[in-house]
Design a protein around this ligand. Structure first.
Ligand SMILES: [Zn+2]
Length: 274
């Protein structure tokens, strides 16, 4: 049983900082606190930067720490960090300036304010998963269709570069699952940006936490990342061919397949009688 405080990430953090006390006291309760969420590693980067903006520690124009320091601080590989930063750039939240560094954009502060307004509590229940994929089919089905109609050659080239990078990652054994997840996030963000609908992009930003949780779960499924990579390639081919209905179809097939994988994982891991 939970104590009804799910979604209390913010309140817990606020309480901890207000009292100055250690947030968790293992001796106080026999139940260990559930981690905030089984986030994928790249989502950790996104939420970290977002939290710094929220706390007022980062403002538009500020430069992020050097890649090496930031990766160490966050406990992620430099590959994952780089992909996550590209995802943030596709969403318009940071500006990657070659040779100069990564800068916070004005859009970043606005998106943070919007996220606070939406304040979607994250949870990973079966109903929530169903709701999430239903809305992903609406948003990303449209994004794929519009991307096929509107993507610039540069955006298609970027999607192609992401797919190629994925091939390189999949060629290595054992698979770097975190890097594969970060690339998946970047692919979907870049595709959303190619839809040229800014509200759609903002809605995707609002779903970043939620998407991170489901990605974290699907990545743990053997063979899932490889399957997704093939589906991304098919999706990209339809976008590059400017075939809107094929692009929508490929996106829906991809999302349905990922959702089914997570549902069967849940069924397989649920203990009998629960
Ligand atoms: Zn995907």
């Amino acid at each position: 049983m939970t104590d009804g405080t799910s979604g209390g990430r913010k309140s817990r953090r606020a309480a901890a900082s207000a009292s100055g006390a250690t947030p968790f006291s293992p001796s106080a309760s026999p139940v260990r606190p559930v981690p905030d969420s089984p986030q994928s590693l790249d989502t950790r980067v996104v939420t970290y930067i977002r939290d710094l903006i929220e706390a007022g520690s980062l403002s538009p124009g500020d430069r992020l720490p050097a890649e090496r320091d930031l990766a160490a601080q966050l406990g992620v590989s430099r590959t994952v960090l780089r992909e996550a930063l590209h995802t943030l750039a596709a969403f318009g939240l940071v500006d990657l300036q070659h040779g100069r560094g990564v800068f916070i954009t004005a859009g970043s502060t606005r998106a943070t304010a919007e996220r606070l307004t939406l304040a979607l509590p994250v949870n990973d229940s079966a109903q929530r998963l169903h709701d999430l994929f239903e809305i992903r089919r609406v948003l990303e089905g449209a994004a794929a269709e519009w991307a096929a109609e509107r993507a610039t050659e540069a955006q298609i080239a970027e999607l192609r570069a992401i797919v190629r990078e994925a091939d390189a990652i999949y060629a290595h054994e054992p698979l770097d699952v975190a890097a594969a997840g970060a690339l998946d996030a970047r692919f979907h963000a870049t595709l959303a940006a190619a839809s040229a609908n800014r509200i759609l992009v903002q809605l995707m930003v609002a779903l970043v936490d939620e998407l991170g949780v489901s990605r974290g779960r699907s990545l743990s499924i053997p063979g899932r990342p490889q399957k997704s990579a093939q589906q991304h390639e098919r999706l990209l081919d339809a976008i590059a061919a400017h075939d809107a209905s094929a692009a929508r179809r490929a996106m829906l097939q991809h999302l349905n397949d990922v959702e089914r994988s997570i549902i069967s994982l849940d069924l397989a891991t649920r203990a009998p009688g629960q």
